[in-house]
Design a binder for this molecule. Structure first.
Ligand SMILES: *Cc1c(COP(=O)(O)O)cnc(C)c1O
Length: 416
């Protein structure tokens, strides 16, 4: 074997040119924003921008109805609220996710229950989901992590069997397909985020799709995101029969969203090509598990996370990530630091100051070891950014960097 010196040991770096960058916003957004201001109203129900944004979104997704919200977290809360999730209900979800997945569950005074994940797709393992069902279970909140679809056939079959609602957290998964179907259109509701870190941005914002196609379902969702104001044309019914938050989107966000949606296909196509290329370039490496896309699916890679098998390499995961960074390939160790159930809110079972409600309505556990695969994924993952502005050379450099580091530590492991 050639003498390969890692950059971290003073050798030359693999990546000598900067990663590609680009402008996410341009004159298209500016034109829409100006038009929004010229309407002389920024209220979503009087102006045309949020309506157009949703109309375009519905066309792309092939759904009849969707509702705009102020964030992805809000979208998920709205979906849970209209799904009828309330005090003491259990909602089964993923332990590797953004905390925005969990906020709405607890605001509805329901209890998050965590099921384990597939070790290579990092998505809910249907067997573990089924094992966590109790008489309190009312919904499955699937998270299509990092653009990768969950095994929806199995999830929907469980939901049918036990009469559960299914809500899809698609915040990281625009235009991801499961057996040809877009994620977000398969469960009862699909929830999207347009915060500034997602595939498309309106600064902040969110969308809920209503997949039943029912007008009544749509009206209830619309009202739930608008403090239960039921708006019909210019008339409004303010009857208050139960609690609902105000999560309205403004015309400014809608305006930017219209322009952003025009770029969505391109963004997702680029990311899909780059993510799949990474897998093809590293899948033969001993000691490296690529980010596996769910069978029959297409991922739009919000990020790429490979796993390091420390038994096959002479380095730890952290050393691997450091060595790869030294090669000029930016990467991070893991994603969130630990499964969300290890956070103090769950360890102390305290969401509201001075109270253990609603956790005290359930006997669910948040003990370490609850989801062994999820814990292992976060201990062995190395997360690489995927971006539509990267060039093909950037992705080849990423592959060469991973190969150099993995082959070096693989060889020295075998030499020992
Ligand atoms: C970003 C994100 C959310 C929350 O979205 P916000 O718009 O930041 O509220 C929820 N779930 C997942 C998986 C996310 O990545």
């Amino acid at each position: 074997m050639d003498e390969v010196k890692l950059a971290i040991h003073g050798g030359s770096k693999v990546k000598t040119t900067p990663f590609g960058t680009g402008k996410r916003f341009g004159l298209e957004e500016a034109k829409e924003l100006l038009e929004a201001l010229e309407q002389n109203t920024l209220f979503y129900h009087f102006g045309g921008k949020v309506k157009r944004f949703l109309g375009d979104f519905n066309d792309i997704y092939g759904v009849k109805h969707s509702v705009a919200t102020s964030s992805g977290t809000a979208a998920i809360h709205v979906a849970l609220g209209v799904a009828g999730i309330a005090v003491g209900d259990e909602v089964i979800t993923s332990p590797i996710t953004d905390q925005g997945t969990l906020v709405g569950i607890l605001y509805q005074n329901a209890i998050p229950v965590f099921a384990d994940l597939d070790p290579h797709t990092y998505n809910l393992d249907p067997k573990s989901v089924e094992a966590r069902i109790t008489p309190r279970t009312k919904a499955i909140l699937v998270v299509h992590l990092a653009g990768n679809p969950c095994d929806m056939d199995a999830i929907m079959a469980i939901a049918d069997k036990y009469g559960l609602k299914v809500i899809e957290d698609c915040a990281q998964s625009y235009l991801s397909r499961y057996k040809g179907r877009l994620v977000g259109t398969i469960g009862d509701y699909g929830c999207f985020s347009t915060n500034d870190f997602k595939h498309i941005s309106t600064g902040d914002g969110g969308i809920v799709t209503i997949n039943s196609g029912s007008e009544e379902d749509y009206f209830r969702t619309h009202a739930f995101a608008d403090k239960n104001y039921q708006r019909f044309g210019t008339s409004v019914v303010r009857d208050l029969s139960f609690l609902a938050p105000n999560y309205r989107m403004t015309e400014l966000q809608g305006a930017v969203g219209i322009a952003q949606l025009k770029k969505l296909q391109w963004i997702c196509d680029k990311r899909r090509a780059y993510g799949d290329r990474l897998t093809a370039g590293i899948c033969d490496l001993p000691g490296i598990h690529p980010h596996q896309v769910t069978a029959g699916s297409e991922s739009s890679y919000w990020f790429y996370m490979l796993r390091v098998d420390e038994t096959q390499l002479s380095c730890t995961r952290d050393e691997f990530a450091e060595a790869l960074s030294a090669e000029g390939i930016s990467c991070g160790a893991g994603y969130i630091s630990q499964p969300v159930y290890m956070q103090p809110m769950f360890q102390k079972k305290q969401a509201y100051k001075g109270s253990h409600f609603p956790f005290d309505l359930s006997d669910c556990s948040y003990d370490e070891g609850l989801c062994p695969n999820a814990e292992e994924i976060l201990k062995s993952g190395v997360r690489l950014p995927v971006n539509e502005f990267f060039t093909e050379d950037d992705v080849e450099d990423m592959i060469q960097g991973i190969r150099k580091v993995a082959l070096y530590y693989g060889a020295s492991q075998r030499a020992n």
